[in-house]
Each structure stands twice: as C-alpha cells, then as structure tokens.
Write a protein that binds this ligand. Structure first.
Ligand code: AMP
Ligand code: TRP
Length: 327
C-alpha cells in the first residue's frame, strides 16, 4: 500500500444480496486490479442501501454477504481496505456539510433519482434525493482521486466533482476532483439483451450462485432476435452472448465467426458460455462458501478496515469543520 494521497482510490458498492456479472466485469475486476497500483479503499454502502432496503435483518445479512463476495472475488485485506460505510459515521456528517453547498436543482436532475421516482413511487424518501451527496462525501473523506465504477455511475461522479468545486470555491481548496475509471465492459447488458444488467430489473447472471442457477440464467439469454432458424446467419455484434464470450476465452473471434456463418447455433454458444462462466467463478464460489462459514473472520476484516480509516476520517473532518467555521 502506498501512502501518497494523490494516488488514493475509492469505490462503493451496495449490499444488494447478489453479485452479478455486470458488477464483476464493470467494477469489481477493476477493484482487484487497482489494489496493486494504488492505495485502495472499498466500501459497502449500507447507508445508501437504506434508501431502498427496509428490512434490518436482510440489510445486516447482505452486508456481510457482500463482504464475503468481494473477498472471494479477489479483494485482499492485506492490499486494500474494505469497510462498511456506517462503521465510519463521519460519512453522514460530511454529507450534511456538503449538502449545504449543493443546489437542490443538481440533485433533482440526477438520472438515478428520476428513475427511482418511477420505480419506487410510494417511497420517494429524502435519502434518494441526497444519495449523490453522501456518495461525494464517501469519496472526498479520503481525498480519493480515482473511482472505479460502471458507466451507470458516471453522472454521480460528475456531480461529485461539481460538489467539490462548489466546496473549494466557497471555503478554499480542500478536496481534489475525483474521476471515474471504467473497465473494458463499462455497461454489461442483462439476460434480456436490452437493458443494463441489474438486480432490480431481474436480468442478472449471479456469478457466485450454484452452477445450476448460472446455467439457467445463461441459457435464458436473449440472442440475436433476427436469427430465427438455426441455419440463419447470426449477427455477433448485436448478440449479447457473443459479446460476453470476449471475457471468457481467447477464441471469441472464432466463436463469433461460427455464429456469423451459422456453423454454430445460439444454444451451443450459450451452453459454452455457461460452462465457461461456471468454471471461471468456481474457485471464487468455493472461497465465498468458506468465508460465509466463518462470519467472525469476515466481521473482523471489516472492523479492522474501519479502524484503519479512523485517522484519515478524523483529519478530514477536523479540516472541514475548521474551514466551515464550526467550533
Ligand atoms: P451497485 O450494485 O449498483 O452498487 O453497483 C456496483 C458497481 O457495479 C458500480 O460501480 C456499478 O457502476 C457497477 N455496475 C452495476 N451494474 C453494472 C452493469 N450492468 N454493467 C457494468 N457495471 C455495472
Ligand atoms: N452509488 C454507487 C452504486 O450504486 C455506490 C457508491 C456509493 C459509490 N458511494 C460511492 C461508488 C462512492 C463509488 C464511489 O453503485
């Protein structure tokens, strides 16, 4: 772990109950890679999750489950810091302070807020509106400059930068502007082949699920909708199954060629993808099951992560309180 603040990175992930292929290809693989290149801090954002999850036991379970999943997928507590957002309650204080430099109009035009108003119209709580301010607080608490995320987070990162500028303008240069970094798969489409893979849509491939579940999810995938008969030539450029093969074998061009020339059928190509995804994630699934059998170990790792961050959070809060005139 390096110590220069200019090379600190931060990312957050909701304890949503599953890790899907979009999370892994779009974000988590970058978390794993970047822990060797930067001082990396990763956060399970349970405060954010409260804007949509209201069952306390479920939230508790999912938080540990997400920790076990991230560790199983390659986060190493020796090389990065993994913690739970609510274990550093300074995040909520900083969010309040940043809220006072954030115009409501910026929050009302955030795409995720507009979406949530549609998807949970009976629960448009204030937390949904202020969600990006808490996200900005997460990042700037540690003065992180690089934020590995999927493309769907680009608008939130833009807003984080605007909040940083507004704060620095009012109170003097305090926070660096964070920037998003993406993987080769910044937007993974779901099994429907149309929408972004997402738990709330229900079009996911759950990478740590039992092999049978993964197979069923992959076999349910929508392929090239214009390829009706087995002998019709396929269009791998629009087929989500063909596109995903890129990430699971060197021979994806050959696979795409097989589809284009109708040498192979969609079902074969899906079965092959299912086999490869199952094989790729088998070691992680094994580690995940081992970790879930040792909840005390997972909790210990999370507690150590939060403790390690205490001095950084304290320093930021002291600086911000001083600059803002709190005594
Ligand atoms: P979430 O589950 O919404 O907290 O997302 C965790 C991380 O996965 C974030 O960085 C997201 O941008 C990323 N992510 C979620 N869904 C996808 C997707 N379908 N494709 C690529 N990245 C994604
Ligand atoms: N909003 C992010 C998501 O839904 C999660 C998140 C919270 C986050 N705080 C963050 C991501 C800080 C990056 C940096 O995926």
């Amino acid at each position: 772990m390096t110590t220069a603040t200019s090379t600190r990175i931060f990312s957050g992930i909701q304890p949503s109950g599953i890790v899907h292929l979009g999370n892994d290809l779009g974000a988590i693989q970058n978390y794993v890679k970047l822990q060797d290149e930067y001082e990396a801090i990763y956060c399970i954002v349970d405060y954010h999750a409260l804007t949509s999850t209201h069952d306390p036991n479920l939230l508790r379970e999912r938080t540990r489950d997400m920790a076990a999943s991230l560790l199983a997928l390659g986060l190493d507590p020796e090389r990065c810091t993994l913690f739970v957002q609510s274990h550093r309650p300074e995040h909520t204080e900083l969010a309040w302070l940043l809220a006072t430099v954030t115009p409501v109009s910026w929050l009302e035009r955030t795409p995720t807020y507009k979406e949530k108003r549609e998807t949970q119209p009976d629960d448009v709580n204030h937390g949904l509106l202020t969600y990006p301010v808490l996200q900005a607080a997460d990042i700037v608490m540690y003065k992180a400059t690089v934020v590995p995320v999927g493309r769907d987070q680009a608008a939130h990162l833009e807003l984080s930068r605007e909040i940083v500028r507004a704060f620095n303008h009012r109170y003097g240069n305090t926070f660096p502007e964070p920037k998003a970094v993406f993987t080769e798969a910044p937007t993974v489409l779901g099994t429907d082949g149309v929408r972004k893979m997402s738990k709330s849509v229900g079009n996911t491939i759950d990478v740590l699920a039992p092999p049978q579940v993964i197979r069923e999810e992959v076999v349910s995938m929508v392929t090239d909708t214009q390829r009706i008969k087995r002998t019709d030539p396929g269009r791998p450029e629009v087929c989500n199954v063909c596109q995903l093969h890129r990430f699971f074998g060197e021979d994806y061009l050959e696979i795409q060629d097989g589809e284009r020339t109708a040498r192979t059928g969609c079902v074969d190509t899906k079965r092959l993808l299912a086999d490869r995804i199952v094989a790729h994630y088998a070691p992680a699934r094994e580690r995940y099951l081992e970790l879930m059998a040792k909840p005390a170990l997972v909790d210990e790792i999370l507690a150590a992560g939060a403790a390690r961050l205490a001095p950084i959070a304290a320093a930021t809060m002291a600086e911000v309180r001083e600059k803002m005139g709190l005594r």
